[in-house]
Write a protein that binds this ligand. Structure first.
Ligand SMILES: NC(=O)c1ccc[n+]([C@@H]2O[C@H](COP(=O)([O-])OP(=O)(O)OC[C@H]3O[C@@H](n4cnc5c(N)ncnc54)[C@H](O)[C@@H]3O)[C@@H](O)[C@H]2O)c1
Length: 245
């Protein structure tokens, strides 16, 4: 079994890649940050798993095509795709530059679409597979000062449903997870008053503790694997009960 994870050098991508390797997948770790992806692969290999690093700028469709061609050469068919890589520009809507808007759409939405197309072509031949898109709860709440990010995350939820409808006939399932706020290095950099920020998060969540990357990876593992074999088109909020709908 082979799983390709985009953004595998990042905080959540690392945990997801390690969990899928633990589940028995050969993991293809794709990231523009080659060193980050290689670190993830090293950790998987040290734990006895199989992993391959592919450096790829997901804004470029030719690099995406090349990543999937390399995966096919090295691993054969693809069983799982986790669309996870994203960028997070912040600032008031009124000041968003065209460059930031385009960049966010290219990484957070266009690349998810193109990677899903490549994955689906492989999965259609092998008669099945699972695509998991990493969205965010921000689309639900319409959070301020991150409008391109929020818009792309909402698009991912809609795209998940559309692809699930079209690809179900090939036994390809398409689901999403929507994480709440997880304790990343970026969070520490963006919020100098971490205590106040954490208190706000805990007030919003039903569970009064921060989630772990392992808990997030477990949700991806469930949607990627056979235990969710009759689940498709769904978005699972993994947010400690922040959003309830
Ligand atoms: N951290 C959170 O609390 C949180 C909350 C909700 C949703 N999410 C989602 O989880 C996913 C992972 O977020 P994270 O917190 O691990 O962020 P991160 O910044 O640690 O990881 C993102 C990864 O994407 C890669 N990337 C960015 N642009 C790329 C490009 N052009 N080509 C290839 N790779 C590129 C980065 O190099 C990085 O390794 C994202 O989709 C994000 O929207 C995170």
């Amino acid at each position: 079994m082979t799983a390709l994870v985009t953004g595998a050098g990042g905080a959540i991508g690392t945990a997801v890649a390690e969990r899928l390797a633990h589940d028995g997948h050969a993991v293809v770790a794709v990231d523009i940050d080659e060193n980050g992806a290689a670190d993830t692969c090293r950790r998987i290999q040290e734990a006895g798993g199989t992993a391959l690093t592919i450096a790829c700028d997901l804004r470029d469709e030719e690099q995406i095509a090349a990543a999937f061609a390399t995966t096919a050469d090295a691993c054969g068919s693809l069983d799982v795709l986790v669309n996870n890589a994203a960028v997070f520009p912040s600032g008031p809507f009124i000041d968003v530059s065209l460059a930031d808007l385009d960049d966010t759409i290219r990484v957070n939405q266009r690349a998810y679409f193109l990677c899903a197309q490549h994955a689906a072509r492989s999965m259609m031949v092998s008669h099945g597979g699972s695509i998991v898109n990493v969205a965010s709860i921000v689309w639900h709440g319409g959070w301020a000062n991150m409008s391109p990010y929020v818009a792309t995350k909402g698009a991912i939820v809609a795209m998940t449903r559309a692809l699930a409808t079209e690809l179900g006939q090939y036994e390809i399932r398409v689901n999403a997870i929507a994480p709440g706020a997880f304790p990343t290095a970026a969070e520490r950099a963006q919020h100098p008053d971490l205590e106040e920020y954490q208190a706000r998060i805990l007030e919003s969540q039903a569970l009064k503790r921060r989630g772990t990357f392992e808990e997030l990876a477990a949700a991806v593992s469930f949607l990627a694997g056979p235990e969710s074999s009759f689940v498709t088109g769904q978005t699972l909020n993994v947010d400690g009960g922040w959003i309830m709908s």
